[in-house]
Write a protein of this length. Structure first.
Length: 224
């Protein structure tokens, strides 16, 4: 059976993101074997509280992925890590479905300091984007201190147009119009001119994995 890895975003987990939104069931129905992984510092298993422990999230992810993948599906931070792995070993991870990513790929995570302050209980009022990410994180059962450490990590991955030019995998980029995190995405699309692209109206960032249009498009792309 063809194996497909699923890599969640910051604050998520395999169970809280992909399983909860029916992705593993949809993949099995299509003849694929889902491979669930948790990014370092995420999920009930926890992790180090030292930000330096998360200085190379992509290498940690690579160690968790089996060889011979048919493809991988990422969301948000998960898409960044999959693109980093693709830049390191072009084509090694099969077909890539990348959701919730845009020109923010090339910039620091601007919401990080506000989210860290909230995780530490230093603020009570949160802007909508931060509140949505905090609610998303709460579902994963992750240790808030671990999640804060991940946000405070040394900057990684660091991707540029020249590094993305090495990509060989078939790629689908899937975004929504109301995603304040991933929009705009023109620079990313220009950096990956061979990628298929689909944009749908709504939903916001954290709701993307619950959208059946994303799930259906991903399964169709992996089946093609």
């Amino acid at each position: 059976m063809k194996r497909v890895a699923l890599v969640h975003g910051w604050g998520g987990s395999y169970a809280a993101t992909w399983q909860a939104d029916g992705w593993d069931e949809a993949l099995r129905d299509a003849g694929f074997e889902p491979v669930g992984v948790d990014i370092a510092g995420h999920g009930p298993q926890g992790g180090p509280h030292d930000p330096r422990a998360y200085a190379d999230l992509a290498s940690d992810l690579a160690a968790k992925l089996p060889t011979g993948l048919h493809g991988a599906i990422g969301f948000s931070l998960g898409t960044k890590l999959l693109l980093e792995l693709e830049a390191r070993k072009p084509g090694a991870y099969g077909r890539l479905v990348l959701g919730g990513i845009g020109d923010n790929l090339f910039a620091p995570e601007t919401a990080g300091p506000a989210i860290v302050a909230a995780l530490r209980g230093e603020t009570a009022e949160h802007p909508p984007q931060v509140a949505a990410l905090l609610a998303y994180a709460a579902k994963s059962g992750s240790d808030p201190v671990c999640l804060a450490a991940v946000l405070e990590r040394p900057g990684n991955p660091v991707l540029t147009e020249s590094r993305l030019a090495a990509a060989q995998a078939p790629i689908l980029i899937f975004n929504s119009t109301n995603d304040a995190v991933a929009q705009p995405d023109d620079r990313l699309r220009a950096a990956l001119p061979g990628a298929l692209y689909r944009q749908v109206d709504g939903p916001g960032h954290v709701a993307l994995t619950a959208d059946a249009r994303f799930r259906d498009a991903a399964v169709a792309f992996l089946t093609d």
